[in-house]
Design a protein around this ligand. Structure first.
Ligand SMILES: [Zn+2]
Ligand SMILES: [Zn+2]
Length: 274
């Protein structure tokens, strides 16, 4: 295998493992309980997604988003708070568009900024996550010391590149991390503003193909808001959902259980006729 091909395979594997940590670990398993995973699999999966922030506050924010979608109480509603705040400013409470843009482009530096500044788990601020208290590892990495320790482990590939002065690989990794972060951020900004709707919802959620491709299926956001407890987000015909394919594999391997999805009757009831 040529070195270029090896680098390409490593980057894709890294993108997928971090992405699935967020989409399947943080979002579909912890937030919506759309499937069950054993702790031996769930903990490493969630740890891979740690760049998205401390997991329990992430779950708390996302549950608030679903409870108050596109209202002033929504943590990130682009129609209310503006595109850049909804895209990434809300993590740190910054509204200046240039500051938001620089943060969006900060790549791996976001790990360090987040470790220092992102709100972490407290029982008061995350009162809607009582069900996650039973996971001691999640509580540990959601509090400041455990979160910082986890983030430092995530920075190791960049530190190694710097130590060996491999600036070419560092640049490729930087670009990959920027893509990873902004794919996730676009779910909160782009897919509450632009795209089509396949199902009836009371909010502005939209399905957006290119966001879905980069975010491993999360861009089918209108479908997700219509059926939030479904493990499958690509619910309309032709909606490729890579996270769902991964969940199906886990179910076949008997790692995932209690996988939830709507039945055809429920889908048809909410389906918008073109
Ligand atoms: Zn949403
Ligand atoms: Zn959700």
């Amino acid at each position: 295998m040529t070195s270029e091909l090896t680098i390409g395979v490593l980057l894709v594997a890294w993108y997928l493992s971090v992405g699935l940590g967020v989409t399947v670990g943080y979002h579909r398993t912890l937030t919506h309980r759309s499937l069950e995973l054993p702790n031996w699999f769930l903990y490493p999966l969630v740890f891979m997604g740690l760049g998205a922030g401390p997991p329990i506050p992430w779950v708390s924010n996302h549950r608030n988003h679903h409870a108050k979608t596109d209202t002033p109480e929504d943590p990130h509603a682009p129609g209310i708070h503006g595109f850049w705040f909804a895209h990434c400013g809300w993590y740190l409470g910054i509204r200046n568009r240039l500051a938001c843009f620089l943060y969006a482009m900060a790549g791996p530096l976001r790990l360090l900024i987040d470790a220092a500044c992102r709100p972490v788990y407290t029982t008061d601020s995350c009162s809607n996550t009582q069900d996650l208290k039973k996971f001691p590892f999640l509580v540990f990495i959601s509090r400041r010391p455990g979160y910082i320790l986890g983030v430092l482990i995530h920075t190791l590939p960049f530190v190694i590149c710097l130590a060996f002065q491999n600036y070419f690989f560092l640049a490729i990794m930087w670009f990959t991390v920027v893509a990873m972060y902004n794919a996730g951020d676009a779910v909160n900004s782009v897919t509450h503003r632009w795209g089509g709707a396949d199902f009836q919802t009371s909010d502005k959620s939209r399905n957006q193909f290119w966001v879905a491709m980069f975010s491993l299926g999360e861009g089918w956001h209108n479908s997700h808001h219509a059926f939030p407890s479904s493990a499958r987000h690509g619910l309309a015909p032709g909606q490729l959902d890579l996270s769902w394919l991964f969940i199906r594999l886990l179910r076949r391997l008997k790692i995932a259980s209690s996988v939830r999805q709507p039945n055809p009757k429920e889908l048809n009831k909410r389906r918008l006729v073109a």
